[in-house]
Ligand binder design. Structure first.
Ligand SMILES: *Cc1c(COP(=O)(O)O)cnc(C)c1O
Length: 492
């Protein structure tokens, strides 16, 4: 199988090249030239399998230049026993009636990013051995909170790699900030910037595609790659858990093999829901992909009108990992829905960077309406959804609650999988405030203890004790200084 670029469909690269490079030279994203098919018999065969076995099956369909031994090595390392605090890795919990929660936050940083970022370092080092031997890979990350920590944790002390993370100084929770500031490892760097997530992402993308910067790295035996969800190696592990969740739905007797399900995904950069789209295109019986947004509802508007318009107020919400106005991975969906029309995609993306908006063709809009529904939750609705869900017996985090609220608005009786993307203990202040109805006057770290007391739930081990860990990184930079910070951190 080969991969091409959303902005140059004449390109043909292997999965190793796509993962090593992260983004295509002309700024496009790598996509599979065709999407592999899973028949019902393939799905049936996966039902008795463990998560690791299911992952190996799906990855082998996409990473055809990896040997079976390499895939075994990558998957067994990423999802090794003890790394996730559930034997099932991504367990499926029945919420009530038709709704089921897919818990994607049982990894070492308590957010769903671990599902991909525990695997990506294995994929990347295996791929770059083939595609770019003898080079040190420099991972640059822009984060709205969870990616940064998960990437740091995945790449820490991985030989031949360096990892540098930029985060918006006011745009992450106290818990998220502390998780990054206390990161261990000899090859890691963390820097806060004065700006929002889109500033961080735009800055990283600029550094990433700047030829002079690339040349300077090359002189030092280094090359960039990306751990953001623009990297194909981030997306493909996420396709796995939607296939796995479908198998679990059948195994738990919630549906019969072949029955359709809906999937609700709390969305920011459009990566997680795009993975669900790939699962659907492969043949997993998914009826509707429901895109859930917070007050930054640019995707709700786009999916319901066909016009993407980022010219709007940016809200800092209690679900910061979804505070995004430019959803990078949408470009991949548009490429597929335009039936690989790279010229059309270039036009949209050009219009987006010039005017901040674009309107898709009638054909694309119709295709979107066939597969997607979209809704959003306000801050008040999000808090109410946390409380209501807790009263029903399940304590969600602020992002998951966005999905639960949108599910409540758009449910159509179809058995549904709701992606739960973070532990409530990553956002103890907002969750506790929602439960109590008012913000308690204590610091965010005491709130974890209080949340545990009030709800009778346990603080996940990776978050307990965070307060007392040594802060290693506390510098704050201007956006204009990002390039220099990269050189500083690399010592070049
Ligand atoms: C990253 C993140 C999201 C958004 O995922 P996308 O792939 O960017 O759409 C939602 N919830 C949490 C907790 C996250 O960390």
């Amino acid at each position: 199988m080969f991969y091409t670029s959303t902005r140059d469909k004449s390109l043909r690269v292997t999965s190793s090249e796509a993962i090593t490079k992260g983004i295509s030279d002309e700024g496009g994203l790598f996509v599979p030239c065709e999407i592999p098919a899973l028949g019902l018999s393939d799905i049936a065969a996966m039902i008795p399998m463990s998560y690791r076995e299911r992952a190996k099956k799906i990855l082998s369909l996409y990473l055809t230049d990896f040997t079976p031994e390499e895939i075994d090595y990558c998957v067994d390392g990423a999802y090794a026993e003890g790394k996730f605090d559930s034997e099932k890795v991504a367990p499926l919990v029945n919420l009530k009636g038709e709704a089921n929660i897919l818990e994607l936050f049982r990894g070492p940083t308590c957010a769903f990013k671990d599902m991909a970022l525990q695997l990506l370092p294995y994929l990347l080092t295996t791929a770059s051995k083939r595609a770019a031997p003898d080079k040190e890979t420099v991972i640059l990350v822009a984060t709205s909170g969870d990616t940064g920590k998960a990437a740091l944790e995945g790449f820490k002390d991985v030989p031949h790699t360096r990892i540098l993370v930029f985060y918006p100084v006011e745009g992450v929770s106290a818990m998220q900030k502390r998780q990054m500031q206390t990161q261990e490892g000899a090859n890691v760097g963390v820097c806060a910037i004065k700006g929002n997530f889109d500033d961080a992402q735009t800055g990283v993308k600029k550094i990433f595609t700047d030829k002079a910067v690339a040349a300077k790295l090359a002189e030092n035996g280094m090359m960039f790659s990306s751990a953001n969800s623009i990297n194909w190696g981030r997306l493909v592990p996420q396709v796995v858990y939607y296939c796995s969740a479908y198998c679990d739905m059948v195994e738990q007797g919630r549906i019969a093999l072949g029955d359709q399900i809906n999937v609700v995904v709390p969305t920011g950069n459009f990566g997680n829901i795009l993975a669900a789209y790939y699962a659907k295109q492969m043949g997993i019986p998914i009826k509707t992909l429901i895109c859930a947004s917070n007050s930054n509802n640019v995707l709700t508007d786009f999916l319901t009108t066909g016009t993407y318009d980022r010219n709007r107020k940016f809200y800092t919400t209690t679900s910061p990992s979804m505070d995004i106005l430019i959803s990078s991975n949408l470009e991949r969906l548009l490429f597929h829905l335009s039936v690989n029309d790279d010229a059309e995609i270039r036009e949209y993306m050009d219009s987006l960077s010039r005017t901040g908006k674009y309107t898709v063709s009638d054909d694309i809009f119709e295709a979107i309406r066939a597969d997607f529904k979209a809704g959003f939750a306000t801050e008040e609705e999000d808090a109410a959804a946390i409380k209501a869900s807790f009263d029903l017996g399940y304590l969600p985090d602020t992002h998951t609650a966005v999905a639960i609220e949108v599910y409540n608005k758009l449910a159509d009786g179809t058995p549904t999988v709701i992606a739960a993307t973070a532990s409530p203990y990553k956002f103890p202040k907002a969750v506790l405030t929602a439960i109590l109805g008012e913000a308690p006057q204590i610091d965010e770290f005491d709130m974890s203890d209080e949340l545990s007391k009030v709800t009778g739930t346990k603080i996940p081990a990776p978050l307990a004790g965070l307060r007392d860990r040594q802060v290693r990184f506390d510098s704050v930079s201007e956006i204009s200084e990002m390039e220099q910070r990269v050189y500083d951190m690399l010592g070049i």
